[in-house]
Design a protein around this ligand. Structure first.
Ligand code: FAD
Ligand code: UDP
Length: 383
């Protein structure tokens, strides 16, 4: 069996490795000059700098950890984020400590008691659910959190009114009815000891995998009503595509919306800020500042820190931008479905990954989906 995989991010790379280990010959095509996709990192002044924004590995999926642990050692890392509310730093997800930092003590104590009574200690409540609580005080509190943590940040991140977005986007960051101050509560919270790029190098180091970077697959792959063609000839290999379905098909049903980002990297005197990531939820044009030295590597504090500002922007096709986020809402999912349905007629063509499936997924889900697809293909194989 042969496979052509487009994209060397977590989806394409994990799929390539699994297929290669099942004896499949894999050709992996990557548009950019390097492997790793969005998770690519490089060392600068002792810190792993993530070129495409901060990447923290967290999962409840033990199989994914087991698979990736073959290619890296880890160090434990629990991510913490603060929101800067005009100079007052509060934990995000908004928790009971955030409540005490933003409300007068008597009011905060009263609200804490109501929240504990309504939801119970330890509950994680989606902000939109909290806003529907029958208690007027809880609703007023929820409105405060909505306005100070979610609205401005979400509208700048997505470039749309909050009402035009799928509620699942904000559900990624619930309100914690507890003192829990970790951004994630997954069982496994780890960072690769030698960085993500080294993990990818080892994952893709297999005699059955041939990697070609710096090649846009669309210069070699064509998909139309008449079939799937590679280098001009009808393609009988399995094709796994982790890029944008609309781009692949020449936007025949219209452009799928994506959000892009502009990153501004700086080296600054250390320490720079009070947490690894500070979110700007009520001010500034950037969404967040990440201080890589605080989370990508175990090392003594140096004199300088590597930081990055993230400025969201709309993705525009053909302008050399990178599509980072699918903009998930009903209308866009319906458009994506047209692309998916068109491609479903080719049994050897498979969409995969954050872009291929137009889904807002984390690294662990990308790996899990990739392994599942590889296992399905090798179980069904005829040769
Ligand atoms: P990608 O990493 O995007 O890889 C797709 C690859 O395909 C790219 O390398 C691209 O160049 C290539 N490609 C596309 N089209 C073509 C073509 N025509 N020809 C050749 N190559 C092509 N997840 C977490 O778990 N934790 C985090 O903390 C986290 N933080 C994130 C922060 C940011 C700013 C962003 C944008 C994402 C974050 N994610 C995080 C999500 C994570 O990046 C994705 O889950 C992961 O990258 C998905 O892997 P993928 O392989 O599907 O996509
Ligand atoms: N969000 C927000 N304020 C915050 C953090 C997150 O409004 O302080 C919303 C925002 O819409 C964001 C979404 O929750 O896009 C998901 O946040 P997450 O941190 O998962 O985003 P990512 O790291 O994937 O960019």
């Amino acid at each position: 069996m042969k496979a052509i995989i487009i994209g060397a991010g977590f989806s394409g790379a994990a799929c390539a490795r699994r297929l290669a280990e099942q004896g499949c010959d894999v050709l992996l095509l990557e548009r950019s000059a390097h492997i790793g996709g969005n998770a690519y990192d490089e060392k600068k002044n002792g810190a792993f700098v993530h070129r495409y924004g901060p990447h923290i590995f967290h999962t409840n999926n033990e199989q994914v950890v087991k698979f990736l642990s073959r290619f890296t050692e880890w160090f434990p890392y629990e991510h913490r984020v603060l929101a800067d509310l005009h100079g007052v730093f509060v934990p995000v997800p908004f928790n009971l400590d955030s409540l005490h930092k933003t409300f007068p003590e008597d009011k905060a104590a009263k609200l804490e008691a109501v929240l504990l009574r309504e939801y119970g200690e330890g509950k994680k409540v989606p902000i939109l659910e909290l806003r529907k609580n029958p208690d007027a005080d809880v609703r007023a509190f929820a409105d405060f959190v909505f306005e100070n943590i979610f609205r401005f940040y979400t509208e700048k991140q997505w470039g749309r009114k909050i009402e035009q977005l799928d509620p699942s986007i904000m559900q990624r960051v619930p309100v914690y009815v507890s003192r829990e101050d970790r951004y994630f509560t997954d069982t496994f919270q780890l960072q690769p000891k030698d960085g993500f790029t080294a993990l990818f190098e080892r994952m893709l180091d297999h005699p059955n995998i041939r990697i070609v970077t710096g090649t846009d697959a669309l210069t070699r792959l064509r998909v139309g009503e008449d079939g799937v063609f590679f280098d001009g000839a009808p393609c009988t290999d399995e094709v796994i595509f982790t890029g944008q379905a609309d781009e692949l098909l020449g936007y025949r049903f219209g452009k799928l919306p994506y959000r892009s980002l502009r990153f501004e990297f700086k080296t600054v005197p250390a320490p720079f800020q009070p947490a690894a990531v500070v979110n700007y939820t009520v001010s500034e044009a950037y969404t967040r500042i990440s201080e890589f030295d605080k989370f990508t590597v175990e090392r003594p504090a140096g004199d300088t820190s590597e930081i990055v500002y993230e400025y969201p922007q709309e993705y525009e096709a053909g302008k050399g931008m990178i599509a980072y986020y699918p903009v998930v809402n009903e209308e866009n999912l319906a458009l994506y479905e047209k692309y998916r349905a068109f491609l479903a007629r080719f049994p050897h063509f498979h969409l995969l990954g954050r872009l291929g499936n137009y889904r807002y997924i984390n690294m662990d889900a990308a790996v899990a989906d990739a392994l599942a697809l590889a296992d399905r293909l090798t179980a069904d194989r005829e040769d």
